[in-house]
Design a protein around this ligand. Sequence first.
Ligand code: 6R9
Length: 657
Amino acid sequence: MSDPTAGGLENLLSEDRRFAPSPEFAAQANATADLYSWANADRPAFWAEQARELLSWSTPFEQVLDWSDAPVARWFADGTLNAAYNAVDRHVEAGDGDRVALHFEGEGGDTRTLTYADLQREVAKAANALGKLGVGTGDRVAIYLPLIPEAVVTMLACARIGAPHSVVFGGFSAEALYSRIVDAEAKLVVTADGGYRRGAASALKPAVDEALAKGETTVEHVLVVKRTGQDTDWTDGRDVWWADVVDTASDEHEPVAVEAEHPLFILYTSGTTGKPKGIFHTTGGYLTQAAYTHLNVFDLKPETDVYWCTADIGWVTGHTYVVYGPLVNGATQVIYEGTPDTPHRGRWWEIVQKYGVTILYTAPTAIRTCMKWGEEIPAGFDLSSLRVLGSVGEPINPEAWMWYRRVIGGDRTPIVDTWWQTETGAIMISPLPGVTEAKPGSAQVPLPGIAADVVDDEAHPVPDGGGGYLVIREPWPSMLRGIWGDLERYKDTYWSRFDGLYFAGDGAKKDADGDIWLLGRVDDVMNVSGHRLSTTEIESALVSHPWVAEAAVVGASDETTGQAVVAFVILRGDAGGGDQSADEVQTTLRNHVAKEIGPIAKPRQILVVAELPKTRSGKIMRRLLRDVAEHREVGDATTLADSSVMDLIAQGLAAPG
Ligand code: 6R9
């Protein structure tokens, strides 16, 4: 049994709804239960088998795992391969050149279809163009593009010549772009004149110009895709149009076979300090786990499925589950440039209907937003093609999970709640569809081949029912190989908290069955009068009230209790919450949390807001809400998807009533 004094975790752990796989789904599933015993019997041998089975090697490997230089792993190190060949060419050679690789849907409704044969030609041309612009094997390329086919093509062209890419999200500022260009010493920047967002052309190239004007850089050229046709400043000699160098290049190109441990990409992610960390991944191990997880967790059938992951390529989900995983597996997928509510709130469901999407992978924040908009919107579209739904990025509240399954999945589809990180490279903890009996709100079990655990302060595994920190005990193929240029920071950040264990930075709990529940970042765990309370826990309790569409909870410092719970809620327009006075909302919801979790978890304050501050990847920036709750000036908000949100919140709180 769980510790009754821990306060606040019982609500999630008493979640007793269960969804066993249907016999029909189980009968056709890629994954089977014996994967677990196979992997447990000999973990490295299991991964070696996946690597041989799922990838094409130019030089087959003999060595499997070299952990002698821990915590830097080497997987399949004496093998060579090319990532773009694996993602594209080999499908064409196998006779699948006519299969659609990308159904591109622009925000404005323009579309493009690229088959694997088309993609091969485009990638070969771009690789030749990169060569002409002086980029060689080992040089770094910064990519600052909207989600258009050229983004995928550029990443693969880099991979084809062995030039590690560093994708910088198109919503990041010139300052952020500059620091990433400098840190990676990029030789080339690939960008576009602009992209479409919320129904308007939004410029990108000016941010590149501004970034490169900030100081001396190693950048020699800027390659510019024409997307919007808007006016663009031009630096002769440095800037080149995509149409002039890529479209005119030869479509014959020999992929460069690189060593398995050759860096494939760098991706910057924020750490606890101001300086972003350049997480870097290498080729053989990363691709192995990307392909393996994509195949088994989503039950991909490349010949018949239409897969759609709504992530942008600017974050890791876009790398592993838009580019490498699906393409290495030969999938047909949808990519969409725009926002879910442009030009109307049914846009995503219209896309599902139009392409007959069968597998959908998105984030809890998007699901909660759709809940807020109301279920009559998806109900207006035919979603019967869907057969697997995935979630990533944050813990998914049980109510959002239930809504996702019922409204989007027609009460029929398995849901896979997938836990992983930029650092882990690929999915680590997730149910397997067709195998695992699902529990709403829990990522449940480490995948076959992954040794995850929950430990206490002294690194002892917690018993079932206990809570602590999520760790990984054994190296895995797609693990980060370090922080670019800063080995010490890598060791410090991930390997110094617990001796010999990878520290993920997430709080977690094991339930009575030993299943894992993620509780948010450790820094999101609050301590109220000595009781450990999870933000996720209280958010889930709030969202389980019919008035609430979305909630964010922070721990604000409090003279008496150490920290106090402060909640920000968005009310559901369609459920009566909007008609209540602020006092009524506050009292009702505080009592609701007390009832769901216990009086200790009652928010000190509940503030009704119209929007919550989120990053581009959909994570709520609780740090900013903490500033509001503690009456401080709001800190750095540059990574927000919509920077006006904090102003809106401040105005809303200042307004009377
Ligand atoms: C893939 C991605 C990593 C952090 C991670 C955790 C949170 C991601 C989750 C989840 C609970 C899930 N996270 N998936 N928490 N359940 N299914 O999101 O990478 O942007 O590096 O974020 O996201 O806190 O530590 P990244």
